[in-house]
Each structure stands twice: as structure tokens, then as C-alpha cells.
Design a protein. Structure first.
Length: 132
């Protein structure tokens, strides 16, 4: 199977997104860094309305910041992953493990590298808590 054929397989997109969520839901600093390395290619990027970072350390710092801001919350997918030509999109929400509330939700578009890891994330925030 060529890289192009592999990157067009639905299982390739689902695997990439599963690794992406594993990184966002990793429990601590070491686990986050390992999961980020598993999910993102070297030099991978993450961009949303609040941040624009590159590299594993920058991405891990963003994830750890989200954990600090929302302790006791996990990211979960909303709906199916849709992908073609090395690009995939999917919805997600940030859910409280205590009461099931989901104050944050969004939609991400990812670009895959030839090895199936994420090269770039373009994130959009659809629902965020009100700022005081």
C-alpha cells in the first residue's frame, strides 16, 4: 500500500484521531509527552483561536495547560471521523467526569504525515465558558 493509499484508509484516520485523544487525555506530564510523540510527527503543529504552537514540547504544554484549567475533565469525540487525502475532521467536547457537563466543544481538522501521525491541527472552538 502506498503512503497515499494508506492515508486514505478510514482506519488510518480513526487511528490518528484515537492517538490524538489519548494525548489530550493522558494523565500526567510524562504520559502527555509520550502520547504527544505517538500522535504528532516531529515538528507537528497545533493551532486554535487561543494558541499556535509547534513541536512536541509546545503541544504538550498546551495539553497540560488545558488539564490545569479543567481538572477532572476528559476530551471525547463527537460523531464520526471523516477523512480523505491525508486530511480528517471530527468534533469533540470536554466533559466533566463528575457530572457529565460539557462546557467546551469544538471541531478539528488534522493533516497527517506519511507515517500516519498528525502533522498539523487546525482547531475551532464552538462552545466555551463565559469569561468573568
Amino acid at each position: 500500500m502506498t503512503d497515499a493509499e494508506q492515508n486514505n484508509s478510514s482506519s488510518t484516520y480513526e487511528t490518528a484521531v484515537a492517538r490524538y485523544f489519548a494525548a489530550w487525555n493522558a494523565a500526567d506530564g510524562d504520559a502527555v509527552r509520550k502520547a504527544v510523540a505517538d500522535a504528532w510527527s516531529e515538528g507537528g503543529t497545533y493551532t486554535d483561536p487561543l494558541v499556535d504552537v509547534a513541536g512536541h514540547e509546545g503541544i504538550a504544554a498546551v495539553i497540560e495547560g488545558a488539564h490545569a484549567q479543567f481538572p477532572g475533565f476528559v476530551f471525547r469525540p463527537l460523531g464520526a471521523v471523516d477523512g480523505h487525502h491525508g486530511i480528517a475532521r471530527f468534533g469533540w467536547e470536554l466533559v466533566s467526569e463528575a457530572d457529565g457537563s460539557a462546557p467546551v466543544a469544538g471541531f478539528d481538522v488534522i493533516e497527517l504525515a506519511g507515517d500516519g501521525r498528525v502533522r498539523a491541527v487546525h482547531g475551532f472552538l464552538d462552545r466555551v465558558p463565559a469569561q468573568n
